[in-house]
Design a protein around this ligand. Structure first.
Ligand SMILES: O=C(O)CCC(=O)C(=O)O
Ligand SMILES: [Fe+2]
Length: 290
């Protein structure tokens, strides 16, 4: 779907409910305040109906057009995306608890600059609004050429099992929900920068529901999520369901952040020279397991 004329913010965002272009307005402040409540308490905010219904149709069209570029992968992994047994930990430890993940990603380099999905991801007004919700001065589009702008595709029978994200924040727009399953679940702040929270994580991996939230997301809802400290998953999509499509906008606190070679290969099946280069100069902001 090539844009006929350039796409404006008002074509994509419900500017009445979310006037991202007028940060001094009372409505803007109220929306930010509401989001902050969820983010402070649980590292998660859902902005209902952020994307206009016509734009949701357009985003879904762009995903369907690029679905052939989806890289599907299946792995049996721990919450840190590792697949190998680690003899330094007991067998029932989260590090050695492996669950199947099967899903696909449309990679960053599949989107044309100027398509609706790309415009929404790169709109400075949207980034500033999200930064305001997160109570940070600025945020930056994740500079990873594959993982910055993606769509997570869960086809019938697939699930994105429990994991932590590498990037600081993720912003997701549910574009096409599954009819059955495909629900986003999370265990808020189950670990922190100085506490791995292994006992609580083990309980969730074993099927425990304590502290686990399930979101009832609608198409067009925008979710802001701190996925580095909150264990999360997308439950299995029913065998007879339609696919679940989510647009995922990744942002970071610092500019110029690029993903690890190993995880990039797992998720996208390839790496670009930029990934190899970044690996040689890697700086980490914490010592948590990745
Ligand atoms: O599709 C989603 O809602 C989130 C998927 C996810 O957690 C991820 O891509 O890391
Ligand atoms: Fe995630």
């Amino acid at each position: 779907m090539r844009p006929i004329a350039s796409i404006g913010l008002g074509d994509l965002v419900d500017l009445d409910g979310y006037p991202v272009h007028t940060p001094d307005s009372a409505v803007y402040r109220a929306a930010v305040d509401t989001a902050r409540v969820g983010l402070r308490a649980e590292g998660c905010a859902v902005l209902g109906g952020f994307v206009r219904p016509e734009a949701v149709v357009r985003l879904n069209g762009e995903i369907i057009e690029r679905k052939h570029a989806t890289h599907y992968s299946t792995q049996v992994m721990n919450p840190y995306f590792h697949t190998d047994f680690n003899p330094h930990y007991p067998a029932d430890h989260p590090v050695n608890t492996f669950i199947q993940r099967s899903s696909g990603f449309i990679p960053g380099d599949a989107w044309d600059s100027g398509c609706a999905t790309d415009v929404l991801f790169r709109a400075p007004e949207v980034a500033r609004f999200i930064a305001d919700c997160l109570e940070i001065n600025a945020l930056y589009c994740y500079d990873d050429p594959l993982a910055g702008l993606t769509s997570n595709i869960c086809d019938p029978g697939q699930q994105f099992t429990w994991h932590f994200d590498t990037n600081d924040f993720a912003v997701t727009v549910l574009v096409q929900p599954a009819d059955e399953g495909g629900l986003f679940e999370y265990a808020p702040q189950i670990r922190s920068a100085d506490n791995e929270g292994f006992d609580a994580i083990a309980a969730v991996l074993a099927g425990g529901r304590q502290g686990v939230r399930t979101l009832d997301l609608r198409p067009g809802d925008l979710q802001i999520f701190r996925g580095r400290h909150s264990l999360h998953r997308v439950t299995r999509v029913g065998a007879g369901s339609r696919s679940r499509h989510a647009a995922i906008f990744a942002y970071t606190l610092e500019p110029g952040v690029i993903g690890r070679v190993e995880r990039t290969r797992q998720l996208f099946g390839r790496v670009l020279p930029a990934h190899e280069e970044a690996e040689r100069h890697r700086v980490r902001s914490d010592t948590l397991l990745d």
